[in-house]
Ligand binder design. Structure first.
Ligand code: IMP
Ligand code: MG
Length: 190
């Protein structure tokens, strides 16, 4: 593994996915989405704020189809129960009835967020709905679901970068890096 540069965050450990690998994978995802939706006139990329922002803006540049984008913001409280509870903080603006929706998230952990939001969107009668996630931690899944477009499967590390954060820090890194949680606690407490 490549040690991550110490600047700008002291708490990052290793680069898990490099900037170059992200770029190649995003290019590839853009190509297959372009192909899969070649007959769609109503393609909507719906991102979950805020983690999916960097991924969304790169991905949309690689989709060679008419499309639009929207966002929603949700918080998930998995707590100690396995059911999970997902609260909508801010809903999307588009009426998605009849649209081909691709729900875009930064990372799938237990799967509660993606699963709950997918069900909710389904009740709003889109023409189709698919899931796109930059990262997946399969060892952590607690519910059954499919990811239609996946960037990378990673082991059970806590990661930041390329939009992902720890307490809002680390989103601007152009790569995905693991967090040294011990070091993080020493710096920020908790
Ligand atoms: P889930 O509902 O358990 O699948 O949680 C998914 C959400 O948890 C993601 O959208 C992220 O906001 C957050 N999350 C899970 N793992 C990580 C991580 O390693 N780094 C940053 N955020 C994470
Ligand atoms: Mg998230």
């Amino acid at each position: 593994m490549i040690p991550a540069p110490k600047v700008p965050y002291e708490f990052i450990d290793h680069i898990i996915v490099s900037e170059e690998d992200i770029k190649k994978r995003v290019d590839y995802l853009g190509e297959i989405i372009t192909e899969d939706y070649k007959d769609s006139e109503k393609l909507l990329l719906l991102g979950l704020l805020r983690g999916s922002v960097m991924f969304m803006t790169d991905l949309m540049r690689k989709i060679k189809r008419p499309m639009t984008l929207d966002f929603m913001s949700v918080s998930s409280y998995a707590g100690s129960s396995s059911s999970g509870f997902v609260r909508i903080d801010s809903d999307h603006k588009t009426n998605i009835a009849g649209w081909d929706v691709i729900l875009v998230d930064d990372i799938v952990d237990t799967g509660h967020t993606i699963n709950t939001v997918r069900k909710l969107l389904n009740d709003r009668h889109p023409r189709s709905i698919k899931i796109c996630a930059l990262l997946d931690k399969p060892d952590r899944h607690k519910v059954e679901f499919d990811i239609d477009y996946l960037g990378f499967s990673i082991p059970d590390y806590f990661v930041v970068g390329y939009g992902l954060d720890i307490d809002e820090k680390g989103r601007n890194l152009p790569y995905i890096a693991s967090v040294n949680l011990e070091r993080y606690k020493k710096i920020y407490g908790g």
